[in-house]
Design a protein around this ligand. Structure first.
Ligand code: PMV
Length: 328
């Protein structure tokens, strides 16, 4: 690297977040504006570290994930964030991103969220911009909708907003990780790339006969989830999480070109969690992928861990935390 470019380099770490009231459906695809508010928690241990370098010498923007060069046509969303910064700075510099994941990417483990949040933070700091959390959340949203929430640690709510330009569509933290220190088990059943991207599947879902019903439920979902978290009411959280995840997957399976993200072991884990949740404080959710994320209170943790181990599936045990910051 040219020594003069040192000052245009910055390294950031961001974490995945998992939604209890999910983002599904866009009011503007170009700007990644959601139809509904969503509520999620940041996850420790699932993280992406990204170094951004703005360069006059590079001939094109680039993204390397774990050393692999990602084809230019697949970094269009990253380039939207780069373009916003270029416009703000009046630059024509190219941006090179070097990214490392602590988990398999595009496997429904919300790596698009941590990836875009780490990139947004790194490229804005590398450009010498001191963005507010709201501005960072808006920038990250352009990279991946759910990344808007990864800027903050703990429990976040991404407001859909009403402005056409998306300036009021960003996430805020409403409870810190200490507010309710739940245990998290990430059951990783597949690290394969998703058969259908979230964006493509969201569009398909609008053609489902259940779409209007889903929308009617999704409208209130964030309020219900936020209240459960604020009140530390596990029963309400479990009911909200299960209803939201099952509605989402029923919708996804009912598209004209149906998609089933579940693997056989997804069902095995979900059935076990549902059964346990009638007796102990445990619940689960599933993003657009086969992996299951389990939440439980301390009192249930040893039992839940034994039960997951008995199914014989790989898992990571972690805690609520997350957020995005400069790498140590
Ligand atoms: O941010 P995207 O485009 O990868 O969409 C994420 C959608 C879900 O993970 C399924 C739900 C959510 O709110 O994170």
């Amino acid at each position: 690297m040219n020594p003069a470019e040192q000052q245009y380099t910055h390294t950031a770490v961001a974490h995945a977040n998992i939604a209890i009231a999910k983002y599904w459906g866009k009011r503007d695809e170009q700007l990644n504006l959601p139809l509904f508010d969503s509520v999620a928690f940041g996850v420790n241990d699932l993280c992406t570290q990204t170094t951004a370098t703005w360069s006059d010498e590079a001939t094109e923007d680039a993204l390397y994930i774990d050393g692999w060069h990602v084809p230019l046509q697949r970094i269009e969303r990253m380039q939207r964030m780069m373009d916003i910064i270029r416009t703000q700075k009046g630059w024509s510099k190219k941006c090179v991103l070097q990214s490392h994941n602590a988990f398999a990417h595009s496997s429904g483990l919300a790596s698009s969220a941590s990836g875009a949040a780490a990139a947004a933070y790194a490229m804005s700091c590398a450009a010498g911009l001191d963005l507010s959390p709201a501005e960072l959340s808006v920038l990250a949203r352009h990279g991946s909708g759910s990344a808007a929430r990864s800027i903050h640690a703990g429990w976040t709510r991404w407001r859909a907003g009403s402005q056409a330009d998306g300036s009021d569509s960003y996430a805020v933290q409403f409870a810190s990780p200490d507010h309710w220190p739940l245990n998290v088990f990430v059951v990783q059943l597949s690290s394969a790339r998703k058969p259908v991207s979230s964006t493509e599947c969201m569009k398909q879902c609008e053609l489902s006969p259940f779409w209007q019903t889903y929308c009617a439920e999704a409208f209130a979902a964030a309020d219900i989830a936020q209240k459960a978290v604020t009140d530390r009411n596990f029963g309400a959280l479990a009911a909200a999480a299960h209803h939201n995840a099952m509605m989402l997957h029923a919708l996804i399976m009912s598209c004209p070109q149906p998609v089933c993200y579940f693997e056989p072991q997804t069902i095995a884990v979900v059935q076990k969690i549902f059964k346990m949740s009638t007796a102990i404080p445990v619940c689960c959710t599933i993003d657009a992928g086969p992996n299951v994320v389990v939440l439980c209170e301390d009192i249930a943790c040893p039992f839940v861990k034994n039960e997951i181990m008995a199914i014989g599936v790989p898992f990571i045990q972690t805690t609520i935390g997350g957020g995005t910051k400069t790498a140590a």
